[in-house]
Design a protein around this ligand. Structure first.
Ligand code: AGP
Length: 606
């Protein structure tokens, strides 16, 4: 969703802001803009469309060394130049960029209009620029505080004032905001990927915190103006991590690097002697782990589907009742929070608003929640009582791939740990550990079959509508397969339990509507094959995602074989061909794979 960058230093700000905005493109946006403070005042340039169009529109001589920039995802008002950020006060003195939503923007707009302010956009953000400019306080910091006093909602904001040309003032409430500390230069960003090229020394602002940032210094403080004295921490993300390398798309890069990233994630976490997982970050003793009677997993979209996989692993390995639920629904249904339930929030970005609100709701009601999160220091990671970092590295493509695989691995580790403090034997624990150790090589084996999978994907891409079917462990795989396919190929892809096909959807089967069937080598292979054969008998085409040696009879010509691992871990591997099918189908259709229409990488609004 929307992205913020800011710079205060010795170098011309514009190229740094443009580069930062380019790094944030992956989050999804429809317009962009920057504001630069220079010797002749403030220059604001905004454009609908891509950052490169904004860059082309910049005046040749733009030498100011202080500035802010924004990529906007339209919420209040359409994607027009007038609605793009930064928004300025009437006198052009103050400019503001904002992520989040101001809930009382209409009331504020009416009040300001009555007071004689003329609005030039439909946005909620513009009220902020006017409020800051109209405050009578004697410093920019106090004027921002004054303005925020009136505001109800979520925000990350960065503010410039022509009269105070040496600084950017920023504030956070519910939307991420990071300060990057450099050598006589400072950076501001809503996402570390926008500043990794310049510094690895960062401060993640907390909700309710503000900062006044100059080239040599920064001061962090509360809404009551009390200093918070925050010190920077070092981040692990490097510039290489966010480069596309030799790949055609970030999605291809992220699929390809999974053998390496999964191996990295497992390092130090496998206790082969006791057949268990080492997950110190959970902050839970064996006694506390034993006391949980249930596990509830919360995530959105693909993270929710992998959560379903996680619930199955926990039930199988630890024999604790477990289920997954869409965090976006959970938070609105006044959930019953139980003290003996372990709540698990799962999120790549750690910034998904629905999941973050679910975490807060659980904590408000006294529940214990741990996170499976990729982005270190993100909102969800910080708000949880403990967690498992996924260590997948930055994921730039909107369609999640490697982070989901890592979520699967994270759930396997959690299930193993919960199992080993209960009834799971050391031998079974060691069996799972051995399976986890084989995962990187097994993933590489699937990836080696990419050419064949690409051929099948091209064939599937011609269909307007598809089914993805699976059952039990295979059903979350089918759900995720359909999700990935529809996200980037824009084809209608519907996931169904294989067992439910005959209860209705079979009526839709015809040659033009193919089915991707998950048919693992397990206790249900015969039933799954029989269901797929029913599809073929009705004129449907089937691509089977299966294990070597599974007898598929007449379905053999369109099979994708995935190496057999341990039965509990197999679904993690079965998801890999789904990534490749979606990627190559979208490629065959010539679509914008990394930035699919209408979607954002992290959904930070409700
Ligand atoms: C995945 O391909 C999707 N882009 C989307 O469903 C995503 O998984 C969901 O929005 C949750 O994001 P998160 O993992 O960052 O919380």
């Amino acid at each position: 969703m929307c992205g913020i960058v800011g710079y205060v230093g010795r170098q011309p700000a514009a190229p740094i802001l443009i580069e930062g905005l380019t790094r944030l493109e992956y989050r999804g946006y429809d317009s962009a803009g920057i504001s630069v403070l220079g010797p002749s005042g403030q220059t604001v340039v905004r454009r609908v469309g891509r950052v490169r169009e904004l860059e082309a529109a910049l005046p040749k001589r733009l030498s100011g060394t202080v500035g802010i920039g924004h990529t906007r995802w339209a919420t209040h008002g359409p994607a027009t130049e007038a609605n793009a950020h930064p928004h300025s006060s009437e006198d052009g003195r103050v400019s503001v960029v904002h992520n989040g939503i101001i809930d009382n923007a209409n009331a504020l707009r009416e009040r300001l209009t009555r007071e004689g302010v003329t609005f030039t956009s439909d946005t909620d953000t513009e009220v902020l620029a006017h409020l800051v400019a109209r405050s009578a306080a004697d410093t920019l910091e106090k004027r921002v505080l004054d303005a925020l006093e009136h505001v109800v909602g979520t925000y990350a904001v960065a503010v410039l004032d022509v009269e105070v040309p040496d600084r950017v003032v920023v504030a956070r409430n519910g939307s991420p905001l990071i300060i990057g500390v450099g050598e006589r230069e400072m950076f501001v960003a809503s996402d570390v990927s926008a500043l990794v090229r310049h510094t690895s020394s960062v401060i993640h602002l907390e909700d309710g915190e503000l900062a006044s940032v100059t080239a040599r210094d920064y001061r962090t403080f509360t809404r009551e103006s009390d200093d918070t004295g925050r010190v920077p921490t070092e981040i692990e993300v490097s510039e290489d991590d966010v480069e596309i390398g030799g790949h055609g798309h970030y999605m291809a890069k992220e699929i390809a690097e999974q053998p390496e990233t999964v191996a990295r994630m497992l390092r130090g976490r496998l206790d082969t002697r006791f057949g268990t997982a080492r997950l110190d970050g959970l902050n839970l003793s064996p006694r506390e782990l034993r006391a949980f009677k249930r596990v509830t997993i919360l995530g959105c979209g693909s993270a929710y589907y992998v959560g379903e996989l996680g619930a199955l692993m926990i039930e199988e390995l630890a024999r604790i009742p477990a289920h997954a639920e869409a965090a976006s629904e959970f938070r609105y249904r006044n959930p019953i929070i139980e003290p003996d339930t372990l709540y698990v929030a799962v999120s790549q970005s750690g910034e998904t608003a629905d999941t973050a609100f679910a975490v807060r709701e659980i904590k408000r009601k006294g529940g214990q929640v741990v996170g499976l999160v990729n982005v270190v220091g993100s909102t969800i990671a910080r708000e949880c009582d403990g967690g498992i970092y996924l260590h997948a590295g930055p994921e730039i493509a909107v369609a999640s791939t490697k982070a989901l695989t890592h979520m699967g691995v994270g759930f396997a580790l959690l299930a193993l740990l919960l199992g080993r403090v209960r009834d799971l034997s050391v031998a079974d624990g060691q069996r799972i550990l051995a399976g986890l150790e084989r995962l990187p090589a097994d993933i590489a084996t699937v990836l080696a079959d990419e050419e064949r999978i690409a051929t099948l994907a091209t064939e599937l891409s011609a269909a307007e509508s598809l089914f993805f079917i699976g059952r039990v462990r295979g059903f979350p795989v089918a759900r995720e397969g359909a999700q990935k396919f529809k996200e980037i190929s824009y084809r209608h892809a519907e996931a169904y339990q294989t067992s439910e096909l005959k209860h209705g959807p079979l009526a839709l089967i015809e040659e033009s509507r193919p089915t991707v069937a998950v048919i693992p080598d397990d206790e249900l292979t015969d039933r799954n094959r029989a269901a797929a054969e029913q599809v073929v008998a009705r004129g449907g085409r089937v691509v089977a995602v299966t294990h070597p040696g599974v007898d598929l009879g007449g379905l053999d010509d369109r099979r994708i074989d995935v190496p057999r691992n341990e039965i509990e871990l197999d679904p993690i591997l079965l998801m890999i061909p789904m990534q490749l099918l979606a990627y190559h189908a979208a490629g065959a259709l010539g679509l914008d794979i990394d930035k699919p229409r209408n979607l954002a990488k992290s959904v930070t609004v409700e």
